[in-house]
Design a protein around this ligand. Structure first.
Ligand code: AMP
Ligand code: MG
Length: 406
C-alpha cells in the first residue's frame, strides 16, 4: 500500500511524452503545444492608431482647453487597411485617422474624435495631448524573435488568437493519448435494456469517456468484460494496444475480481495495487511496453476521484503539458467532518466565496457509490492521512477540480 503522493510520483515517472503532429489551427484548442512558438514578425507590424481621431504633434496642442481650443488644418485622412502614399503631419497640422491605421510620418500622438470638433477643413482640439497618446507601438504586443508561447502550453482561446496573428494555419501539438476504457462485472449493464433486480447501469464508462475527452485523450470504449478470467484476458489483450488502458471494477478482494490475475497473465508489470486513500483504496497501476494500465475501483465516486488524482495527470504528462496540478486553496470548513487517521480522504465539497475567502461544505452522504455527491461538488476537500476529525471553522485544503491546471 502506498500513499497518494507516492502513487502519483510512481505513475508520472512511467508516463512518456508522445510524439507530435500537426493539426489545423481550428482544431488546436485543448491540445498541448509541442514546440516553442517564436514570433517571426512584430505585432503590430507598424505604429498605428488606437482610436478614431486626429494624428498630430502633441506639443502643438499645448494649452488647449474646451474654452480655448487649438485650431489645426486637416491635411487628409488615413483609413485602416490603406497602403501606399500617406499624408504627412507637419507642424501645426493634423491628419484624420481611423483605429488601426498606420500612424503618418511626423505625428507623435492621436487625439480621439470625442475631444475635437471638425468644420471647414479645420479641427478644433479641446485638450492637451501627451506625446505617444493613443499610439500602438510596433511590436508592443509581440516583438520579432521572442518566444511567445512555450512548448507544453495548453492552447486556449488566447493562444489560438496569438497563433492566428502569427499566421499559423497548422500547429504542432502532441498526439492525443489513445485511451481504451473497459468496464467489468457480470452485474453491469449497458444503456438500453431495463435493469433486472441486482443489475447496475454502466455509468463509469460514460464518466471516464467524458473525463478522458476533457483532458485531451482519445477515448475508445471497449464494452463490459464479464467476470471470468478468460474473457478479461482476451479483452485486455486487445485493449493493451492503446497508450493507456482504464478498467473499472474487478480490482477488489472479491472472488470474481479477475483484473489483477488477467494482467499478470498478460505480462503487465504491476507496481501499485492499493493506495492509502478514501474513496479509491483498490487501484491498480501497471505498465506493459509503453502502455500504462489503470485498474480503477468500480464504485462510481472512487472511479472518478482516482481518475482525477492519477489518470488525469498521467494523460497530461504524456502530452507534455507543463501544468498538471489542479489548484489547491485554503477554505474554512462550514461543518464537522468525521475521519479516521491512516488514509487521505477526498471529500466531495461545494465551495463558495465569502468575506474575501473560500468556505466549503460537503455535498452530503459520501458513500463511494453515491455519484450525486460528485455531481453536486465543485471541489474535493483533501484531508491528509494523519489528520483525524475536523470541526466547523477549521481551515482545510480544497482541490478545485473544475478549474484548469496550474
Ligand atoms: P467491484 O470492485 O467490481 O466489486 O465493483 C464495486 C462496485 O462498483 C460494484 O458493486 C458496482 O456497484 C460498482 N460498479 C462497478 N462497475 C461499475 C460501472 N461500470 N458503472 C457503475 N457502477 C459500477
Ligand atoms: Mg466487479
Amino acid at each position: 500500500m502506498v500513499s497518494v503522493e507516492e502513487a502519483l510520483g510512481m505513475i508520472l515517472a512511467e508516463a512518456r511524452v508522445l510524439p507530435s503532429e500537426m493539426v489545423p489551427l481550428l482544431d488546436a484548442p485543448g491540445r498541448i503545444l509541442a514546440q516553442d512558438v517564436v514570433a517571426s514578425v512584430d505585432i503590430p507590424s507598424v505604429d498605428n492608431s488606437a482610436m478614431d481621431g486626429y494624428a498630430l504633434i502633441a506639443a502643438d496642442a499645448r494649452g488647449a482647453t474646451k474654452e480655448r481650443a487649438v485650431r489645426f488644418p486637416v491635411r487628409g485622412e488615413i483609413k485602416a487597411g490603406v497602403t501606399g502614399d500617406m499624408p504627412v503631419v507637419t507642424a501645426g497640422c493634423a491628419v484624420r485617422i481611423m483605429t488601426g491605421a498606420p500612424l503618418p510620418r511626423g505625428a507623435d500622438a492621436v487625439i480621439q474624435f470625442e475631444d475635437t470638433a471638425e468644420a471647414g477643413g479645420e479641427v478644433l482640439v479641446f485638450r492637451e495631448v501627451l506625446k505617444g497618446e493613443n499610439i500602438r507601438r510596433t511590436g508592443e504586443d509581440v516583438s520579432r524573435g521572442a518566444v511567445v508561447l512555450s512548448k507544453g502550453a495548453l492552447i486556449r482561446s488566447a493562444e489560438s488568437g496569438m497563433l492566428a496573428s502569427l499566421n499559423y494555419t497548422f500547429v504542432p501539438v502532441s498526439r492525443r493519448p489513445r485511451v481504451a476504457i473497459l468496464s467489468t462485472g457480470d452485474e453491469i449493464v449497458d444503456l438500453g435494456p431495463e435493469l433486472k433486480s441486482g443489475q447496475i447501469r454502466n455509468s463509469n464508462a460514460y464518466t471516464l469517456h467524458s473525463e478522458v475527452r476533457r483532458y485531451g485523450g482519445d477515448p475508445r470504449y471497449l464494452g463490459i468484460a464479464p467476470d471470468t478470467k478468460a474473457a478479461t484476458v482476451s479483452i485486455l489483450r486487445e485493449a493493451l494496444e492503446a497508450d493507456v488502458v482504464i478498467t473499472t471494477g474487478g480490482v477488489s478482494m472479491g472472488r470474481y475480481d479477475f483484473v489483477t490475475e488477467a494482467l499478470e497473465e498478460l505480462g503487465v508489470g504491476i507496481t501499485i495495487e492499493t493506495i492509502r486513500m478514501k474513496p479509491g483504496k483498490p487501484c491498480v497501476f501497471g505498465k506493459k511496453g509503453s502502455t500504462l494500465f489503470f485498474g480503477l475501483p468500480g464504485n462510481p465516486v472512487s472511479t472518478m476521484v482516482s481518475f482525477i488524482q492519477f489518470v488525469r495527470p498521467a494523460l497530461l504528462r504524456m502530452m507534455g503539458a507543463r501544468r498538471i496540478e489542479k489548484p489547491l486553496v485554503h477554505a474554512v470548513l462550514s461543518e464537522d467532518i468525521k475521519k479516521k487517521t491512516g488514509r487521505t480522504h477526498f471529500v466531495r465539497g461545494l465551495f463558495s466565496v465569502s468575506e474575501g475567502g473560500f468556505s466549503v461544505s460537503t455535498t452530503g452522504p459520501q458513500g463511494s457509490g453515491i455519484l450525486r455527491s460528485m455531481s453536486d461538488a465543485n471541489c474535493l476537500v483533501i484531508i491528509p492521512e494523519e489528520t483525524g476529525n475536523l470541526r466547523a471553522g477549521e481551515t482545510v485544503l480544497i482541490q478545485l477540480i473544475e478549474h484548469g491546471e496550474i
